[in-house]
Design a protein around this ligand. Structure first.
Ligand code: HXC
Length: 514
């Protein structure tokens, strides 16, 4: 063979393999509304930035008719590329090749990308579209997945890991996404261990994002998936936006964007929160007023909606936002809200992202169901995560903040760097009505006019405790500010504490009550 012939052969092979399972299967994929593995990579990465690795990798299985069976690239496209100029490594499962099933070589390819992430400090992205462990390869398939799981854990807290679920993600295979930091799932995708997709309603119908805002939200999403995408292209757009908030690894700071020269007071903030603690409002309105350009990327929007978490920027710097949501269950803390916030806080801490906490919380949700579900164990995670976090922690108490929930929402005692209140804030062991009923029960009962005495005592309690001044007099509060000044205050505080360094006792790891 001449060199020209060899080059021709190379090009022919390359082209053949790049077609994956062939045109007919590609057409089937398109007809179902999906992109192919390679099209997804092209949609995600900067143009012409992809360097593929392992195009010619093949399986070596001879069982169950596999001998000599062509499995182009062994059903997964792997390599490196850039997103907005920043390096990532990724793997994209090819459903047109034996249902994207993962055999020995398929997993070796994925694991090599993960290890390259560790060496180069780059995020890892896995685009899932697979029938799971390749049945014909038996233990080799299981072992392959086992190594993916192990490496997910090695990467955890070192580089961000993002899973996109763009087709089936069945059985034990779903545990790789579950071990990563964020899961983005398209509407057409299916992710499950033994049962139906999490984006079907409990009755099996498809549900829209609007319907997910309803009471079925927690059933539908269950906290497994962080973002729902309309389709593959939307999933790629969500992934890119998410990465724009994150550093490439734990030794870097997140990318910094432009800051405003002067921050003007925002009078709009003075009227969002009603003074009456029983009246609700959407805390996202407060967040949108405070962060840069009203740009807030909410995470797990449909799970535990009584707490809002997400990424934003303040003067060009990424911040993680945690906020009680008075519009849902009065913003009470429950099992799911504690888990949701605690995990997010730990992510922020691992990746050098300061945390801003907006507090308006009546307490922990009372009731047998919560007690039996272990609210003590779950609520403790929130206390643990905030206490263990050494990134800048800034807390704004918007309105009420009672009892254990006051502490759990990053009080000064948990080492917040700033706690600042709005003038309508109330900090107390409990709300006035409940407090008076407990401490003055006899006095009210014996009063000539019990109802009037009750009202009077409530007023007295409110005057002494239901203001921020008692807490400020103990220096549990750094300042009481006009709401309009919140953005300016936080930006200045972030500037001051940005370079904070904290040293904790050496240990293998703390023992968060999982
Ligand atoms: C080998 C597989 C496969 C698998 C699909 N295929 N899954 N081959 N191992 N796990 C092949 C099919 O044989 C078929 O090949 C092609 O992929 C397309 O599959 P279809 O069934 O035609 O497609 P569709 O109707 O869209 O259904 C997709 C599917 C279904 C829902 C994923 O194939 C399915 O249920 N597969 C099995 C899922 C599963 O139980 N996997 C094991 C999970 S356990 P041909 O050549 O006929 O086109 C697991 C453990 C992980 O993953 C280990 C963790 C510890």
């Amino acid at each position: 063979m001449t060199i020209e012939q060899k080059i021709e052969e190379l090009n022919r092979r390359r082209e053949e393999i790049s077609l994956g399972g062939g045109q007919e299967r590609i057409d089937r994929q398109h007809k179902a509304g999906f992109l192919t593995a390679r099209e997804r990579i092209n949609a995600l990465l900067d143009q012409d930035s992809f360097q593929e690795m392992g195009l010619f990798a093949e399986h070596r299985c001879t069982n169950f008719g596999m001998e000599g069976k062509k499995m182009p690239a062994d059903g997964v496209v792997t390599g490196a590329g850039s997103i907005e100029g920043r390096l990532v490594h990724l793997a994209s499962q090819d459903f047109t090749v034996s249902g994207g099933s993962a055999g020995e070589m398929h997993s070796v390819k994925i694991v090599q990308m993960m290890q390259a992430c560790l060496k180069t400090g780059s995020p890892f992205i896995l685009i899932n579209d697979s029938g799971g462990a390749r049945i014909q390869e038996g233990i080799d398939s299981l072992s392959g997945y086992g190594r993916i799981f192990y490496n997910n854990v090695m990467l955890s807290g070192v580089v961000p890991q993002i899973s996109l679920i763009c087709g089936p993600c069945a059985g034990g295979a779903a545990y790789s996404p579950a071990l990563t930091d964020f899961i983005i799932q398209t509407r057409g995708a299916r992710m499950f261990i033994t049962g139906p997709s999490v984006i079907k309603s409990v009755t099996g119908e498809d549900v829209t994002a609007e319907e997910l805002g309803g009471p079925n939200a927690q059933m539908c999403i269950s906290g497994v998936v962080h973002f729902i995408a309309e389709n593959d292209l939307d999933a790629m757009a969500i992934c890119k936006r998410l990465l724009s908030f994150l550093p490439s690894n734990n030794l870097e700071d997140p990318p910094q964007f432009e800051a405003e020269e002067v921050i003007m007071p925002d009078k709009g903030l003075n009227s969002i929160v009603p003074l009456n603690p029983k009246q609700s409002y959407d805390v996202r309105d407060v967040i949108l007023h405070v962060v840069d350009r009203g740009d807030f990327m909410e995470v797990q929007e449909f799970f535990a909606q009584n707490i809002v978490i997400g990424f934003a920027r303040l003067q060009g710097r990424t911040v993680g936002v945690v906020a009680n949501q008075p519009a849902v269950m009065a913003g009470v803390l429950d099992i799911n809200a504690s888990d949701k916030a605690a995990r997010f806080i730990r992510f922020c801490n691992a990746f050098n992202i300061p945390i801003i906490t907006f507090v308006d919380v009546p307490g922990f949700l009372p009731g047998v169901e919560q007690e039996h579900g272990g609210i003590i164990r779950h609520g403790a995670k929130l206390l643990f995560a905030y206490s263990a976090a050494t990134v800048p922690k800034l807390t704004v108490i918007l309105r009420k903040s009672y009892g254990g929930a006051y502490i759990a929402m990053c009080s000064k005692d948990l080492d917040a760097d700033r706690v600042v209140c709005w003038p309508g804030a109330e900090i107390a062991v409990m709300g006035a009505e409940g407090a008076v009923e407990i401490i003055f029960r006899n006095e009210i009962k014996n009063a000539a006019d019990p109802a009037a005495r009750h009202q009077e005592l409530v007023r007295e309690y409110q005057e002494s405790f239901s203001t921020p001044y008692a807490a400020a007099s103990r220096f549990q509060i750094d300042d009481i500010i006009e709401p309009a000044e919140t953005r300016r205050y936080l930006a200045m505080a972030l500037d001051i504490v940005h370079s904070k360094r904290e040293f904790r006792p050496q240990k293998k790891h703390g023992l968060i009550p999982l």
